[in-house]
Design a protein around this ligand. Structure first.
Ligand code: NOJ
Length: 553
């Protein structure tokens, strides 16, 4: 086990690599990634130098939402493999010094989950229905949904069952919300936590952590925006309800019973930094994704504002900041940054928010490399979504008939959804599926573009200046330089278009500095030892636009 990971506080500065199992690597040739594929690629992850992997849901699922609809939380989806294979993966990852975090989906189950099937089979008003959110409809014959809540994928958040009642689903109809006030729901999920902790996993990423509790009066949203404004005096009826914190306090006591203690990372979209930090109080979750950073446009003032707000809000509760550029729900950053960044709304995260703007892929590629080095120099932890180490762009032209994301259907064909960042990874520049599946396999579950050969792992391996080698070197330096942990950051004076900061001095008084040029003209750098740059410096050693450099002086 490597030095840093051997400590209980490894999560305070970990680089966590997200594996979306359907799209990572397919060993058995059915066109869908699997656990055997992940195991085969552990050497890639070890060479990359990540501290942990987070695996998106691998449980049995009818795949109404690509696995975020779980029908059994204590088993493995056969398409992905078996429990025995999961155990082997956990052991093999640990042997490489890599921690394993898995996804838990507590806001909703699949509609095929035994508890929901029992609720459907039982009568209105039965105890079985109390585990979920069944209600009578409005209108003279109950023909209208109980309130105006909308599904995140589009359309009403309610579906009617044959006996006339409606059930709540903040996502797809195949994802009924559970009622977290019910002790059986709490006991069920606690058992699931223990089931996996006992198998040796190191933590959970918590899906929609801000959604579990509701205002149980179920009032209409009535056009209330979310995230709410910074100074809002009221709460939203189904996001970020104060009662949710009690659930995570209970979960923390379970995680703390283990040795070493297990950790949680919350998926929490609440906007307001102090509301996010509330989830990170010492008796709640360990970390949360920093979506404000992910959504910040590539503009110096915006990035600096988000970095400062993040550091301040996390410091207030003693939690490490985290940084993230992409995941399986948002447009790949290389394509986001390929667009003009001015005037992008603060929540622009999916392709539909900026697809109309002309894209410059080379610019996006340069910026995303600069962004990666900026992110990895900041204090705290970082998340890397699979394929970012190859510089993969969003696939923007998946044909309508190939789209799988429920967003496409639920939005009535107006929103293509998230499939563009979920296209199976290219591992080899040759081969029918760029090595995602063995040759001769079924077609990949989403079609791959014809021009991905240059992004493949083998096309970048050992190639000086490739994105893969940039990530490898950056992660190696992060491990070697203790000052890149979760210590302080000090902004340095520099031109307006530059973000420049120093990290704490090492034992010899030498300081690590990170300089990012977001302007259009090269900028002179201070004297110092250049450790790594996201692109070539100018002939006279200046920092070109959209480039980050790490140096020591
Ligand atoms: C967040 C997950 O990341 C996303 O993929 C999923 O659709 C929703 N939660 C619902 O589970």
């Amino acid at each position: 086990m490597n030095g840093r990971n051997a400590h209980d506080d490894w999560w305070r500065h970990a680089v966590v690599y997200q594996i979306y199992p359907r799209s990572f690597a397919d060993a058995n040739g059915d066109g869908v990634g699997d656990i055997a594929g992940i195991r085969a690629k552990l050497p890639h992850l070890a060479a990359l130098g990540v501290d942990a992997i987070w695996i998106s849901p691998w449980y049995p699922s009818p795949m109404a939402d690509a696995g975020y609809d779980v029908s059994d939380y204590r088993d493995i989806e056969p398409v992905f493999g078996t429990l025995a294979e999961a155990d082997a993966l956990i052991a093999e990852a640990h042997a490489e010094g890599i921690k394993v975090i898995i996804d838990i989906v507590p806001n909703h189950t699949s509609d095929q989950h035994a508890l929901f099937q029992a609720a459907l089979a039982a009568a209105p008003g039965s105890p079985e229905r109390e585990l979920y959110v069944f209600r009578e409809g409005r209108g003279s014959a109950g023909e209208l949904p109980p309130n105006d809540w909308q599904s995140s994928f589009g359309g009403p958040a309610w579906t009617r069952v044959p006996d006339g009642q409606w059930y709540l689903h903040l996502f797809a109809p195949g994802q009924p919300d559970v009622d977290w006030r019910h002790p059986e729901v709490r006991a069920e999920f606690e058992q699931t936590l223990r089931f996996w902790f006992d198998r040796g996993i190191d933590g959970f990423r918590i899906d929609v952590a801000h959604g579990l509790e509701k205002n149980w009066e179920l009032p209409d949203v009535g056009g209330l925006p979310f995230p709410l404004p910074e100074d809002a005096a009221h709460d939203h009826p189904h996001w970020d309800q104060p009662a949710v914190h009690e659930i995570f306090r209970e979960w923390r006591t379970v995680a703390d019973e283990y040795s070493p203690p297990r950790v949680f990372c919350g998926e929490i979209w609440v906007g307001r930094p102090h509301r996010l930090a509330a989830y990170l109080r010492p008796d709640e979750l360990h970390t949360a994704f920093n979506f404000d950073f992910l959504m910040a446009p590539w503009l110096p003032a915006e990035l600096r504002r988000v970095i400062d707000a993040t550091i301040a809000s996390h410091a207030a509760v003693g939690a490490p900041p985290t940084w993230v550029l992409g995941n399986h729900d948002v447009c790949r950053p290389a394509s986001r940054y390929a667009r003009d960044q001015h005037g992008l709304g603060p929540r622009a995260r999916n392709l539909r928010h900026f697809q109309a703007r002309p894209a410059d892929p080379e610019l996006g590629a340069r910026r995303v490399r600069a962004a990666a080095l900026l992110m990895l120099a900041l204090p705290g932890g970082a998340y890397v979504y699979q394929g970012e180490e190859f510089g993969l762009p969003e696939v923007e032209d998946i044909p309508a008939e190939a789209l799988q994301d429920p967003t496409w259907v639920q939005s009535g064909g107006t929103d293509k959804g998230r499939d563009g960042c979920r296209v199976p990874l290219p591992w080899t520049s040759a081969g029918e599926t760029y090595g995602f599946s063995p040759d001769g396999s079924a077609a990949p579950w989403l079609p791959q573009p014809a021009d991905w050969a240059s992004f493949a792992a083998d096309a970048q391996d050992g190639v000086h200046g490739s994105t893969l080698e940039l990530y490898r070197t950056a992660l190696k330096l992060r491990r070697e330089l203790d000052e890149l942990g979760d210590g302080d950051l000090e902004w340095l004076d520099g031109p307006e278009q530059v973000l420049a900061f120093a990290r704490p001095a090492d034992a010899d008084g030498v300081r690590f500095q990170c300089w990012t040029n977001l302007g259009s003209e090269p900028v002179a750098l201070p004297a110092g030892e250049v450790l790594l740059a996201s692109g070539p410096l100018t002939e006279d050693g200046a920092l070109p636009s959209d480039t980050t450099v790490w140096l020591r002086r």
